[in-house]
Write a protein that binds this ligand. Structure first.
Ligand code: ZN
Length: 174
């Protein structure tokens, strides 16, 4: 699977950057919308010249962001430095999905809520259904959607309890 190899290559690059340059954070994104990407993430002209970008590495260096662009097979395409703005973060969120991050954070995982919170949610859920007359996502469903964390060795996004798809770390040992 060449796509998987491409992501591996980019994550390897991200790990090295984190070790060598010590930025506040390094994140690896997969581009899901070239159209949105062109509106503000990278200069439009750059993308036209260099071809489609499949992966982005975004390094937070404190006073500025360093951005690297890679093709689908993990080949380096371009890099770019820019200021951190709210508009940029919104565009980034719209046009990409997070694939890996360092330092590892458990931001995507929530603690088991207490029984009381659970009941409280059910009550609110019921009220909302009554008021809106529609079915919104149930508590169980929203729990199921939170099911991954980041590998402590390489920062890759991995399903909780499985092996890291990048480096093979056994995530069930956490
Ligand atoms: Zn790993």
């Amino acid at each position: 699977m060449r796509e998987r190899e491409g992501l591996k290559t980019v994550i390897h690059f991200a790990n090295r950057e984190y070790k060598e340059k010590r930025p506040k954070s390094v994140k690896v994104f997969r581009v899901k919308s070239q159209t949105v990407l062109k509106r503000g993430i990278l200069p439009n002209l750059l993308i036209k010249q260099k071809g489609p970008i499949e992966y982005l590495i975004v390094e937070d260096r404190g006073d500025e962001l360093k951005i690297y662009g890679f093709g689908h097979n993990g080949t380096f395409i371009t890099d770019y430095t820019r200021d951190l703005t709210l508009r940029f973060l919104k565009q980034l969120q719209k046009s990409t999905t997070l694939e890996a991050q360092l330092p590892r954070k458990k931001v995507e995982k929530v603690e088991d809520p207490s029984i009381k919170a659970r009941e409280e949610f059910k009550k609110i859920h019921h009220r909302l259904n009554q008021v809106l007359g529609v079915t919104i996502e149930s508590y169980q469903q929203s729990q199921q959607s939170i099911k991954f964390e980041f590998c402590p060795k390489c920062g890759t996004k991995v399903t909780i309890g499985k092996f890291c798809t990048n480096c093979g770390f056994d995530m069930s040992k956490l």
